[in-house]
Design a protein around this ligand. Sequence first.
Ligand code: ATP
Length: 356
Amino acid sequence: MTKKTPTPSSAAKTARRGKSRQDRAVTLIPGDGVGPEVTTAATSVIAAAGVNIKWDRQAAGAAAFRRFGTPVPDALIESLRRTRVALKGPLETQVAEGWRSINVYLRRTFDLYANIRPTMSFAGVHTPFRDVNLVVVRENTEDLYSGIEHEIAPGVVESIKVITARASTRIAKFAFEYARQHQRKSIAAIHKANIMKLSDGLFLKCARAVAEKHPEIRYQEQIVDAACMRLVTDPGSFDMLLLENLYGDIVSDLCAGLVGGLGLVPGANYGDKGAIFEAVHGTAPDIAGKGIANPIAMILSSAMMLDYLGHPEAGDKIRAATGAVLRAGRVLTPDVGGKASTSEITDAIIRAMKRG
Ligand code: ATP
């Protein structure tokens, strides 16, 4: 539980600047569904870790639509432009006419091109696997998420997959830089270039060119279907996965399943000028408001945020306390086999942090 989040070079400067300021402003987006419950848990844990954040609370998604008639109010965008860092709860995807996905909109508006999901087994969470410790690096800005879809004739539609050398190269560079900073040994580029020869072929070509500059990191390639098979038979054989947007979305949920579910896996979206930290899971409408959502994914996302802001020791404290609570197995939420509420596990993590 001691892995640090990556910092692309210019983001690293932001992080260093953040170090000297205890009252760093951060945009807080409680979000929809279980979002307010898990973000409240994360902000309490950050406060208990001794880091003072000036939260700029902003509505987005369905919550904003209900209050302001738009899922993306101007105040939210202004806040993000000002703070450049956000802790964000999940947002409902289908909120209003004309909005495909608020999450995709925010990532593209702020050019948060690298989605990172460190996924590891926790002692105390029973799954068929013990030795998962991998990092999913997902390109966040293009692919089938380009939003270019049209009907060319009744009953015939096209959805355009856009892959560019620029985006493929920068995500590959990010992955290799992350590997270097975090002492990771190998990167597997996941693709379907046997079928999508041009698009996935270009993605691979760019990844290979970057890999050549990092001979110390083992580079391999695997077709996405074979990679999924290997993930559920021998997940410990992967270190880092480098994927386009759609494969990354699917494979990262698969990886979450390997370690006990969506409630445990943190995530971060990095750009060169800012970052948004958020859990991998969605709004979980089936359990929203019941006080039983697992806050760990959001708490670990907030630890990644503290690394980014220049407080890695506080991030480590949170990761260690979270690991200790899971290992003890006495206070667990229902999704991982326990009976505890969101606030009970949050309090247990805070107590574990205080014990050191
Ligand atoms: P959305 O449309 O927002 O993506 P969804 O229900 O399709 O919502 P998730 O919100 O990711 O997708 O939820 C998938 C399943 O995982 C649900 O059964 C949900 O209850 C469960 N789940 C997701 N997050 C958590 C969490 N933090 N704690 C416990 N269970 C969770």
